[in-house]
Design a protein around this ligand. Structure first.
Ligand SMILES: Nc1ncnc2c1ncn2[C@@H]1O[C@H](COP(=O)(O)OP(=O)(O)OP(=O)(O)O)[C@@H](O)[C@H]1O
Length: 805
């Protein structure tokens, strides 16, 4: 069927071609979509939360941003540049001219449609033939449902010639994947084999949970929680603990270290917030006892904001004080708040370190609990240096708790965290998805890679019109697509690291409020964000790692609700597709066919918008340059006016040099682009094939290298030590006594100079030169949305942007 572009915009237009078989209860292409789906309405209140992530009723409004947006806005930054304003301005400026042009384009479109019709008919036949052949070959992977009609033949099947090759690749992919998470298997009931050596290492490293400490029938009441907490839990609608909460709360209350894993959206945040609040209710009070006793680390600012909001609500009937310490918000305000010694600090690692080094009265000397949300992400090398710095500032006697939907129980990884006989609490099968999730895949043929933008736009114009989050690999490309959405009159926001913190939070808020229908994001938004009512997650590209995929699609189908993910799969992504299918129940996996004629029509339309996208980008660039010049001017004026005050401030310090930072950023980006397992392999091969190393450590044995690095580190440390001695002495003088929590002794006694330095250096400490991130990449300057999807994807992996959290 030829789709009329006007009809596409008509909400009442049915969309028969896009229909695929969907499980009962899942929205299909035939149904008209509500403006903003209130998923809460669909909840089955009788539903019991099962081990695969069944349903439960969550907070009506899990977290609120307007307050945060105001805080950020109150900074001195100018109003951010809005793409919509530029588009509107251009329309206004062009006036009737543009209208005329638009009319002409529409006529052209119609003509083109008529012309192309016959050509595409032939093409389409060809395509269909291929599909038929391929279906005969393989069917839809290992777990997909068979389509009944021929024209819905498996779009992802392989052809004869590459089958052998694929088999080999797939095996490799799955092996990598198993490596990645094999250790979880033992704890999560998976059938993956584990060597005897690994088993015995784990047996020695982990504590065995007391089987009576948690049962699936546990209630919050039976956990002996205090009244203020029970009241708060009732007020947010948490009637019954989810499995991960039932498993974690009793163990965490005992002060034990925990490594926890459960599917996305299964309530892990409350699983660690509830026990820490309960323990804090029994702390010593009084001015002299005030201290920061709990730190919750999150990998992104948005996640920290969300975690802060959830903790504040669950602690709303207690006197526990929380402080949010993230980049992008006022340092000064945070410093002032930290001086009051809040009980719980919720932070991103970089900003926490900044305060540890530069806020004289803030320390973690009295810390009792360290929690890491999305811990597997934080254990990646990109965060290694920062975590090392933070851990070395915490007492060894602390309780440590790590959580993630893709949590590892690899002993090597966890040793770096200095955990003490942790208890493994994995309540779902390894790397599983939520039970309410339907996963769809759209095949992108090798010679059709350039059609990706058109396929995406077709999906968004015709089928997934609201409450849809779209993930891209590249920040720049997400931005270009954002402009295209704007030019096509579709309400979209963007969320990635190229935006100011205010823009990021505002975009989230607008999406949450239903002011925009689409959120165009990078992996910055892939983990942890709990936005009510997301109906669809679209992956413009297949992510490079299974964990990344699980987190992205985990933004929907949360808290027992239903949701759908749609992933565009190219030939190069087939390994990953198989790995995904392997981890998904057969009835969750579908394939989606997008009509070729609709895609072709959209591609032509996007081609026609190329110049307009360029013009908007240029205008935006000019405006940015102008703003920058104004800011520089203002900065110069300030420098002249307040010179004395500015130079009298102590210089802020950081624990890594700029060069170290850059190196780690590069490493981190590499991990992101190709997937960690693949990259490690590649790196090893590169190392093997590369010529002799020329750095300062070349030719040295491992032991000698370690010693040299340690000596350099010591030297560096000595230089810095004199500066910090005075600060430490001041902090120690203010230190309150430790109270209320079970660990009795502290290895770091005040006044025992140099005790910390005597700690044996772990491999983790030795990684101190690593820092970086994986979120976002620059696109090639030639990549323009709407024109070159293939180039955009490949170019997206080329270079990296500056780290921002
Ligand atoms: N006991 C409970 N009863 C009802 N709803 C709950 C309960 N615990 C948590 N929720 C709700 O479940 C939703 C998901 O919770 P949360 O964000 O903590 O999931 P998560 O497991 O951390 O997800 P992710 O892995 O994506 O970070 C939230 O909206 C929360 O309000």
């Amino acid at each position: 069927m030829t789709i009329d572009s006007d009809a596409e915009l008509d909400d009442s237009e049915p969309e028969p071609e896009l229909e695929i078989d969907a499980p009962p209860g899942v929205r299909t292409g035939k149904k008209k979509q509500p403006k903003a789906q209130t998923q809460g309405d669909e909840l089955d209140t009788e539903f019991t939360f099962d081990t695969t992530g069944g349903g439960f009723v969550g907070l009506a409004e899990p977290w609120d941003l307007p307050e945060m947006v105001d805080v950020v806005k109150s900074g001195s930054k100018p109003e951010p540049i809005s793409v919509d304003d530029i588009i509107a301005r251009r329309r206004l400026r062009d006036g009737s001219g543009s209208l005329k042009r638009k009319r002409e384009e529409e006529n052209e479109d119609e003509d083109d449609d008529a012309e192309d019709e016959s050509e595409r008919d032939g093409e389409e036949d060809e395509d269909e033939d291929e599909d038929e052949d391929e279906e005969d070959d393989e069917g839809f992977g290992v777990a997909a449902e068979e389509e009944e009609e021929e024209e819905q033949a498996d779009p992802l099947a392989s052809s004869d010639e590459d089958e052998d090759h694929d088999e080999a690749n797939d095996a490799e992919a799955l092996d990598n994947d198993d490596d990645d998470g094999a250790s979880v298997a033992s704890s999560s009931g998976s059938s993956q084999p584990e060597t005897a050596a690994e088993k015995s290492r784990k047996a020695a490293f982990f504590d065995t949970p007391d089987p009576t400490s948690s049962t699936s029938s546990a209630t919050f009441q039976s956990m002996n929680l205090s009244r203020p907490l029970l009241k708060a839990l009732a007020s947010v609608g948490f009637d019954k603990p989810t499995p991960i909460q039932a498993a974690t709360i009793p163990v965490a209350l005992l002060g034990k270290d925990v490594v926890g894993g459960a599917v996305t959206g299964s309530g892990k945040t409350a699983a660690f917030v509830i026990p820490i609040l309960e323990r804090l209710l029994f702390r010593d009070r009084g001015k002299a006892s005030a201290a920061t006793r709990v730190v919750i680390l999150c990998p992104t600012r948005e996640l920290a904001v969300q975690c802060h909001a959830v903790a504040t609500r669950i602690g709303s009937f207690t006197d526990v004080r929380f402080c949010l310490v993230v980049g992008g918000l006022s340092l000064k305000a945070q410093e002032t708040e930290l001086r009051t010694r809040p009980d719980v600090v919720i932070a991103t690692p970089g900003r926490l370190i900044d305060h540890l080094r530069n806020s004289p009265t803030f320390s973690l000397d009295m810390l009792d609990v360290l929690i890491m949300d999305e811990a597997d992400r934080m254990l990646e090398e990109g965060f290694a240096a920062e975590l090392g710095e933070i851990i070395s500032a915490c007492p060894r006697t602390r309780q440590t708790m790590l959580f993630s939907a893709t949590m590892t129980d690899s002993v090597d990884e966890l040793i770096r965290m200095g955990m003490n006989k942790p208890v493994r609490l994995f309540v779902d099968p390894k790397k599983s998805t939520a039970s309410g999730l339907t996963q769809e895949f759209v095949r992108v043929r090798d010679n059709r890679e350039d059609d990706r933008p058109a396929i995406l736009m077709t999906l968004c114009r015709r089928t997934f019109r609201t409450r849809c989050i779209i993930f891209f690999r590249s920040k720049a490309f997400a931005h270009q697509m954002r402009i295209l959405f704007g030019l096509l009159g579709m309400k979209a926001g963007e969320l990635h690291g190229n935006l100011t913190q205010e823009q990021r939070l505002r975009a989230l808020q607008q999406f949450k409020d239903g002011d925009v229908d689409f959120l165009l994001a990078t992996d910055l938004a892939s983990r942890g964000l709990d936005i009510r009512g997301i109906e669809t997650v679209i992956n413009y590209d297949m992510p490079g790692q299974i964990a990344q995929y699980l987190h992205r699609v985990g933004r929907t189908a949360r808290a027992g609700l239903k949701g759908r993910s749609v992933t565009l799969v190219g030939e190069a992504d087939r390994k990953m597709l198989k790995a995904v299918i392997k981890h998904s129940p057969a009835d969750q996996v579908k394939h989606r066919l997008v009509p070729a004629e609709a895609v072709a029509k959209m591609a032509a339309k996007l081609d026609g918008l190329k110049d307009e996208v360029d013009a908007v980008l240029n205008e935006e660039k000019e405006e940015k340059a102008l703003r920058k010049a104004e800011m520089e001017l203002k900065k110069g004026e300030n420098m002249i006016e307040h010179e004395q005050e500015i130079f009298s401030r102590p210089a802020r310090t950081w624990f890594q040099s700029e060069k170290d930072k850059r190196n780690t950023q590069d490493l981190s980006k590499e991990q992101y682009v190709g997937g960690f397992a693949t990259n490690v392999k590649e790196k090893k091969t590169e190392e093997k094939t590369a010529g002799p190393k020329r750095d300062k450590l070349s030719g040295l044995s491992r032991k000698a290298k370690r010693r040299k690095l340690a000596m350099e580190e010591d030297e560096d440390h000595d230089h810095k030590r004199s500066d910090t001695v005075a600060i430490r002495a001041a902090k120690k003088a203010f230190r309150p006594t430790k109270i209320g929590l079970p660990e009795p002794s502290k290895s770091l006694k005040p006044g025992k100079k140099g005790k910390k330095e005597k700690k044996p250096k772990s491999s983790f400490d030795r990684d101190l030169t690593e820092k970086g991130r994986r979120e976002g990449m620059r696109t090639n300057s030639k990549d323009k949305a709407g024109l070159s999807g293939k180039v955009a994807r490949k170019g997206g992996a080329a270079k990296g942007g500056k780290r921002k959290r």
